[in-house]
Ligand binder design. Structure first.
Ligand SMILES: Cc1cc2nc3c(=O)[nH]c(=O)nc-3n(C[C@H](O)[C@H](O)[C@H](O)COP(=O)(O)O)c2cc1C
Length: 209
């Protein structure tokens, strides 16, 4: 673990106009190259219409169209919350390289045909689960889920598994992104980027740890 970060975004005379989404991609690739279990596991915080927060982990499937892409069931708890309140926050933590990234922004849905392409690339297990699971709704017993999954799997022998309409891709468009790098002396580096709108320029600020 380094004492002071040598990453160029942390240099005081570093590139102030750097696009933080590019930095996020670089950090994500570094995490994927390192022996980190589940580098794409991203904590996703949502809030309902009353502003009551909720949190769970989803899989960050990539950075595209100026946002962070994840997939979920639109009728799940988080799906309903995002419907009532599209603002969300996300966090990634990679202990092995002492890094954290925080994102706040607004979510929207990616186009259905693009979600179809992503879904087609998913594992057969994910495809079956996406269809068989009424995510976040009460399940009487595990056998019921197994039976539903077996029915989908049987049908999958004959037909290609198509993305069910309830399994959708979301894009979290950042209004702010913070990069945190651990330092052994606990004088960690924090660089915060924020902008007033998707087309507005990013403002880079160093924060006390
Ligand atoms: C490592 C990891 C990755 C996950 N990836 C996803 C995902 O990509 N999409 C998803 O809907 N749930 C994913 N889950 C399950 C969610 O954490 C959660 O249990 C589920 O989406 C229901 O959340 P909700 O009731 O808040 O809607 C993942 C869980 C873990 C631990």
């Amino acid at each position: 673990m380094r004492t002071h970060s040598d990453d160029e975004i942390f240099q005081d005379n570093g590139p102030s106009k750097k696009d933080p989404l590019q930095v996020l991609e670089i950090w994500l690739s570094r995490a994927r190259e390192t022996e980190i279990p589940d580098p794409d596991a991203m904590a996703l915080a949502t809030a309902d219409g009353q502003g009551h927060p909720d949190l769970r982990v989803v899989t960050l499937s990539g950075i595209a169209h100026g946002g962070l892409i994840f997939f979920t069931n639109i009728d799940s708890a988080k799906g309903n919350q995002l419907d009532e309140n599209p603002y969300a926050a996300a966090g990634l933590h990679w202990r092995e390289i002492g890094r954290q990234i925080r994102i706040r922004g607004k979510t929207d849905r990616i186009a259905g045909d693009e979600a179809d392409i992503q879904f087609a690339r998913s594992s057969v297990e994910l495809k079956i689960a996406a269809i068989a699971s009424d995510q976040s709704r009460p399940l009487h017993d595990r056998r019921t889920l197994m039976r539903q999954a077996a029915q989908v799997a049987t049908a999958a022998f004959e037909f290609e598994i198509k993305r069910p309409p309830q399994w959708a891709g979301f894009r979290l468009v950042p209004a702010s992104i913070e990069f945190w790098q651990k330092a052994e002396d606990r004088l960690h580096d924090r660089i915060h980027f924020s902008r007033k709108g998707e087309m507005e320029p990013w403002v880079r600020t160093r924060l006390y740890p």
